[in-house]
Design a protein around this ligand. Structure first.
Ligand SMILES: [Fe+2]
Length: 172
């Protein structure tokens, strides 16, 4: 039994505020990729899908004169750190198991090494999956952050993914 479903996360206003900021369509795609990769690698599919969905929740809007300022972002971004904290707080509020919440937060923290000075961290299987899932959906010029999807469609596709997760967990 899962304490928290993807749709529970989605329905929380904090998730809606921050996940839509960095692209809901991207978050959905990464959740799906993470689920599939976790199935393949025999990693907890529930944790992977949630980490995939939440991985970019820490983004800030680095806009200048109405345009995304990539230099400013590169220089100041800490979205994996912010995201880990935000994802953790949200999950705990929703009643997530604290062990799972910690694992998800760490996978969010390590989904990119862009913020690490040396870039040398040994990733767990789950962390590798979330990183790979994110890279699978990446488009040149950061366009993956701008693909759009309606809230209704997003909710529908999260319901489908929740069902897939429950089905997979029941089979195990
Ligand atoms: Fe991403």
């Amino acid at each position: 039994m899962r304490d928290v479903k993807l749709t529970d996360i989605f329905n929380h206003h904090i998730a809606q505020k921050y996940i839509t900021r960095s692209g809901l369509a991207h978050a959905l795609a990464v959740a799906y990729h993470a689920f599939e990769l976790a199935k393949e690698k025999k990693v907890d599919v529930d944790i992977a899908a949630k980490a995939g969905f939440l991985h970019d929740i820490g983004h800030y809007t680095w806009y200048k004169d109405g345009k995304w300022d990539y230099q400013l972002y590169k220089k100041n971004d800490i979205h994996p750190i912010k995201g880990a904290e935000r994802a953790h707080k949200l999950l705990i509020r929703l009643g997530e198991n604290p062990v799972k919440a910690k694992e998800i937060a760490l996978a969010v923290l390590f989904h990119t090494d862009s913020f690490l000075p040396g870039g040398s961290v040994t990733l767990t299987a789950l962390q590798q999956i979330v990183k790979a899932a994110d890279e699978k959906d990446e488009e040149p010029g950061g366009h993956h952050h701008y693909r759009t999807v309606s809230l209704k469609k997003a909710l529908d596709s999260l319901k489908v993914l929740d069902e897939k997760i429950d089905k997979h967990l029941a089979q195990e």
